[in-house]
Design a protein around this ligand. Structure first.
Ligand code: GDP
Ligand code: IMO
Ligand code: MG
Length: 443
């Protein structure tokens, strides 16, 4: 493996997927880029997989053999025996959902214990009142709703930033936990009353949460120290991003975003691993674009949506909503490459375009008669951007059995090369199907 090789050298100058080093994988679009599948593939080459932001709003699909696994809070690396998975301090954890996820995966034969799953004691808890507030805010927004997953993610991060959150480690101190919850519930019940919702009985809720604390107690630890110890013993880390660049609270299409830093920097703050220990950043993206929820999406295209939905594709795993679909957007991708420092791209779902005669690529936007080369910060301006397309020929044959880059039809290779050239980065992986083996390494 990479031990003994100067990090910066192989990380930046020579691409070799067998040499992993510490790698951050980010979604380069609006989420659901196929990160779970890419993580599962790359986990083979690392020792540790870390989630550092988001919560159970994420839904990462991994297909191994004939079994489909859905990972929400647990890193996708858990499917590979012998690997250590960590849920970092930057994640917001609904412990009831986490216990359900553990039970579900165990039911599918996945081993999970404190030997392979550690959870940060500093991760903030998501409570049922966060979900209620999330729902009520969406209702109040009416037509201007964000289209959240209603998992309480925004209100939970809100409490964290407002310094009124309750953390996972607090579950291990029942008295302190009850005290904090009782005090928090006073304000929460006042707010719920304004929404016309029933008040919450903090005692009942406290008992329910403390019971989850008992189930998880062996796994709850100081993951910052654990990660540094692992790095000191030359273990290699893979950071599993959740959501995508344009859902980032700072760099996304605010307010149509999630409430965490989904871009590469979030891997550091959400785990306690410093920036100088990160060797490379891989961006996951689809060969086209999808988005769930509201907000600007310049290349959205109804015909492409209809085609992909008719193939049974692009249905959100968490909420069952149909994803909005559109063409590849080079303007957005260039920005994602810049803000994340993407060294290489993993392009998934190439096979989704297999049947098309002609494929459109958005190379610029136009707004009020002027050319626009980067996504506007202001969402109103973004909504007024229309795409400028080039047309490229499709390949009109299945790519799903391709196992090497050379197996791909010429026009598929030309398409991939074109989008990477426009995005200003290298291609390292291509996905041609849901299964683990339907992954092509580009050398
Ligand atoms: P994530 O949230 O980024 O992990 O992505 P999701 O799992 O939510 O959505 C991606 C969908 O695309 C899932 O159904 C994956 O199984 C599927 N997928 C990933 N890569 C490929 C690919 O190359 N081809 C096909 N056909 N499906 C893929
Ligand atoms: P993965 O990790 C796609 C979207 C929601 C909504 C917005 C805010 O599977 O890629 P939230 O519930 O986070 O407050 O919702 O963000 N969203 C996602 N879209 N993939 C995800 O995760 C998402 N997580 C949140 O649809 O538009
Ligand atoms: Mg997903």
């Amino acid at each position: 493996m990479s031990r003994g090789v100067p990090r910066r050298f192989y990380a930046r100058d020579v691409f070799c997927p067998e040499l992993m080093a510490n790698t951050v994988l980010v979604g380069a679009q609006w989420g659901d880029e196929g990160k779970g599948k890419v993580i599962d593939y790359l986990t083979d080459r690392v020792d540790v997989v870390v989630r550092s932001q988001g919560g159970n709003n994420a839904g990462h699909t991994v297909v191994v053999g004939d079994t489909k696994y859905i990972l929400r809070l647990i890193p996708s690396g858990i499917l590979r025996p012998g690997k250590i998975c960590l849920i970092g301090n930057g994640v917001v954890v609904d412990p009831i959902s986490l216990c359900e996820e553990i039970a579900e995966l165990r039911g599918q034969g996945v081993e999970i214990s404190s030997r392979n799953l550690l959870i940060s004691d500093a991760a903030h808890l998501v409570f049922p009142y966060h979900k209620l507030i999330d729902e009520q805010r969406e209702l109040a927004h009416g037509r201007n709703k964000i289209g959240t997953t209603k998992r309480g993610i925004g209100p939970a991060y809100g409490d964290k930033i407002a310094r009124v959150g309750i953390r996972l480690g607090d579950l291990l101190e029942p008295e302190l936990f009850r005290e904090r919850l009782e005090s928090r519930i006073q304000e929460v019940n006042w707010l719920l009353q304004q929404y016309g919702s029933k008040p919450i009985d903090w005692r009942e809720l406290g008992d329910q949460y403390l019971a989850t604390g008992e189930q998880l107690q062996d796994m709850i630890t100081n993951t910052v120290l654990a990660l540094h110890r692992l790095m000191d013993s030359q273990k290699e880390i893979l950071f599993e991003g959740a959501q995508g660049t344009f859902l980032d609270i700072d760099h996304g299409t605010y307010p149509y975003v999630t409430s965490s830093n989904t871009t590469a920097g979030g891997a550091c703050t959400g785990s306690g691993v410093p920036p100088n220990r990160i060797d490379r950043v891989v961006g996951a993206l689809k060969a086209y674009t999808t988005r769930v929820g509201e907000g600007p999406f310049p290349t959205e295209n109804q015909e492409l949506s209809d085609l992909l939905h008719s193939m049974g594709r692009e249905i959100a795993v968490n909420t069952g909503r149909k994803r909005r679909c559109g063409w590849f957007d080079a303007v957005a991708t260039r920005f994602a490459v810049m803000v994340n420092g993407i060294d290489e791209m993993a392009v998934t779902n190439l096979d989704g375009l297999d049947s098309l005669e002609t494929i459109k690529i958005c190379v610029a936007y136009e707004r009020d008669g002027k050319k626009v080369d980067s996504p506007p910060t202001c969402v109103r301006k973004f909504k007024r951007c229309t795409p400028v397309y080039i047309d490229v020929p499709g390949w009109k044959e299945p790519t799903t059995s391709a196992r090497s880059y050379d197996d791909l039809p010429k026009n598929a290779r030309l398409y991939l090369e074109k989008i990477c050239e426009l995005a200003g980065t290298k291609l390292s992986l291509v996905g041609v199907g849901q299964k683990r083996e339907q992954t092509i390494v580009v050398r």
